[in-house]
Write a protein that binds this ligand. Structure first.
Ligand code: HAM
Length: 428
């Protein structure tokens, strides 16, 4: 019988996390959860497998083509979620009548996208999602951004290390209307413009023409992307429109949070997901030229589009891959985790094993962390293992110790020793 050759690497673009890799991953996850909880976001979770119908949108987004999908044995069309937002929308709609709005929820979700793998881009990643549902004022945008900034600062990153570029699809819509481009074409126009720099302008032109935008209007649409300041946009609109006023209020709120200096207006930030309708933003590092650290925006229609009552949402996704690369590049990645047990316990002969087990059990019951050897070993082997940062203290039991009823607690850093009675340890 022929056997397939099994590779010991994970499938392309997927990652394994060995214990040493968990140190950085946990540091990021801990910073995310702590910042989210500190800002009063409630945690939620959902299954990774989602129904394909919920995830697919007919808008020509890249993400739709990247979905890992399959049929289960009953023929159901399922998929590994490429993002969390549709699932969140589904969960909210399912309980819409009983939820008190606005609500603030967070999750750390593993997402899968069949992408071309490059630096910062994998086929699987974890994402902190922070969302506010049911708040129409820009205080929601400011709150999710401030919370993400809180997570960044817990990781040692400040305005020196990253900046957040933002724009407003609502403002862009007002500008497109002013140019005579009907609202019906705006969503497709956003997605086409988001591809700027990734495909040729000629290809974008074709996309816009296919959407029904008149060829004469296309150069003016491109010219919109040259707008450099908010004031320029206002002057083109000829008035302080609602979208313009929203952006001002957004900046004013961020100023009160003390993070206005992180922000810069950049009309070319559009984002590749079709559901955004208002302010959109992306955070970029200032030194490494990595892809976006986090990104998000307001989505007014998603809940309505999947069949719920019209409810607005604002949120962001903050991936683990780019932030890990950035922390490593800046030398800010933690070297060791903080989960090492308090004490390591070893023994010379089988005869001391059960005493070692009893001591470890007593210490664990008293709330201490004990790393217990599973077989007898020579002192040299034990201390060599333990010396690699397993625990700050160690007990190594030999026949004399159990006979005398004493144990020596060794502090590994300064090699000092304290002798205590085993009876006392068992009472701990
Ligand atoms: P997104 O911009 O597609 O937004 O993803 C958010 C973040 O996830 C990115 O900035 C990046 O850090 C990370 N990310 C995305 N794709 C990959 C990948 N292939 N490899 C590594 N990291 C990746 C969303 O997904 C929206 N659903 C966010 C959102 C939540 N909007 C509103 N609420």
């Amino acid at each position: 019988m022929a056997t397939d050759v099994i590779s010991f690497s994970p499938p392309r673009g997927m990652r394994d996390f060995y214990p040493e890799d968990m140190v950085l991953r946990n540091a990021v996850f801990d910073a995310w959860s702590a910042a989210a909880r500190q800002s009063g976001f409630d945690e939620y979770d959902a299954c990774v497998v989602e129904s394909l119908a919920l995830l697919k949108r007919k808008s020509g987004e890249e993400i739709t083509d990247q979905i890992y999908h399959f049929k289960d044995k009953s023929g159901r069309e399922l998929a590994l979620r490429p993002e969390m937002t549709p699932t969140l929308a589904r969960m909210i709609v399912a309980k819409q009548g009983s939820l008190t709005m606005p609500l603030k929820w967070f999750t750390i979700a593993q997402c899968f996208r069949y992408e071309r793998t490059t630096r910062g881009r994998k086929r699987e990643h974890y994402q902190l999602n922070l969302d506010v549902i049911g708040e129409s004022s820009v205080s929601a945008e400011a709150e999710v951004i401030a919370t993400a900034a809180g997570a960044m600062s817990r990781l040692g990153l400040t305005g020196k290390h990253y900046q957040i570029r933002f724009s407003s699809r609502a403002l862009l819509s007002e500008l497109l209307l002013k140019l005579g481009i009907e609202a019906a074409h705006h969503a497709a126009t956003f997605l086409a413009l988001d591809k700027r720099g990734k495909i040729t302008d000629e290809a974008i032109k074709t996309l816009l023409e296919n959407e029904g935008v008149s060829p004469e209007a296309i150069p003016t649409i491109f010219a919109l992307l040259e707008v450099e300041t908010l004031e320029q946009a206002r002057d083109m609109l000829g008035a302080e429109t609602p979208a313009y006023q929203d952006v001002l209020a957004f900046l004013e709120t961020l100023d009160a949070y003390g993070i206005a200096d992180l922000m810069s207006f950049d009309i070319s930030v559009i984002r590749g997901l079709s559901y955004y309708t208002g302010i959109v933003f992306e955070a970029f590092d200032t030194s490494e030229g990595l892809r976006a650290i986090f990104g998000g925006g307001r989505y007014d229609n998603l809940l309505g589009d999947i069949g719920g009552a019209a409810t607005t949402g604002v949120g962001l996704g903050f991936g683990d891959v780019v932030i890990a690369e950035l922390l490593e590049a800046l030398g800010l990645a933690p070297a060791t985790g903080d989960h090492a047990p308090d004490i390591a316990i070893g023994f010379m002969q089988d005869a001391q094993q059960l005493t070692a087990v009893r001591i470890a059990t007593a210490l664990r019951a008293s709330g201490k962390g004990a790393h217990l050897a599973l077989h007898a070993e020579k002192p040299k082997a034990f201390f060599k293992r333990v010396g690699k940062g397993t625990a700050p203290q160690a007990i190594y039991l030999g026949p004399d110790d159990t006979e005398n009823g004493t144990a020596r607690i060794k502090t590994l850093a300064d090699r000092t020793e304290e002798t205590v009675s085993i009876e006392e340890l068992l009472q701990a």
